[in-house]
Design a protein around this ligand. Structure first.
Ligand SMILES: [Zn+2]
Ligand SMILES: [Zn+2]
Length: 150
């Protein structure tokens, strides 16, 4: 009983801290984490439009299952045709390449938790932008390799 109450209280405190952080971000300008110009969010609108897939739907085609780049005529890559994976689809918010890889590394390993709401919002937008798609039943992180887990 005490543990459950402590859990509810800690969730409530965390929720209020997240709200306060969001309000502070809106009130006080800061620097875009990629280009450095003044913005009221983590990234400026120009960087979001330039780097995130949901805002560039026609940049190149992706395999409808694994999301790796494919020729424009293809909808499924050769690997997924030859050996279908155990999942139905992959959604991509951005490519894991410079400069966005540094944002992801900062979130995962640099304790930059302020990046999490923006990353979640952009991932949700990429799912909404995908044609003929409903919300997934489950969202999971990319599993660790055996070596890293060890
Ligand atoms: Zn920017
Ligand atoms: Zn594929």
């Amino acid at each position: 009983m005490h543990l459950k109450l402590a859990h509810i209280l800690s969730k409530n405190i965390l929720f209020r801290a997240q709200q306060a952080l969001r309000e502070a971000t809106r009130c006080f300008p800061n620097s875009c984490q990629l280009c450095g110009i003044e913005t009221h969010d983590i990234l400026c609108a120009e960087c979001v439009n330039q780097f995130f897939t949901a805002n560039q739907p026609n940049s190149f085609s992706r395999c409808q299952i694994c999301a790796l780049p494919v020729l424009r005529q293809s909808t499924t890559c050769g690997t997924c045709i030859n050996k279908p994976p155990a999942f139905d689809a992959t959604f991509v918010a951005c490519d894991y390449s410079a400069p966005l890889d540094q944002l992801i590394l900062s979130l995962k390993f640099g304790h930059r938790l302020a990046l999490a709401p923006m990353m979640a919002r952009l991932m949700a937008q990429s799912i909404q932008a995908a044609p003929n798609t409903s919300w997934p039943d489950v969202i999971i992180p990319v599993p660790l390799s055996k070596e890293r887990l060890a």
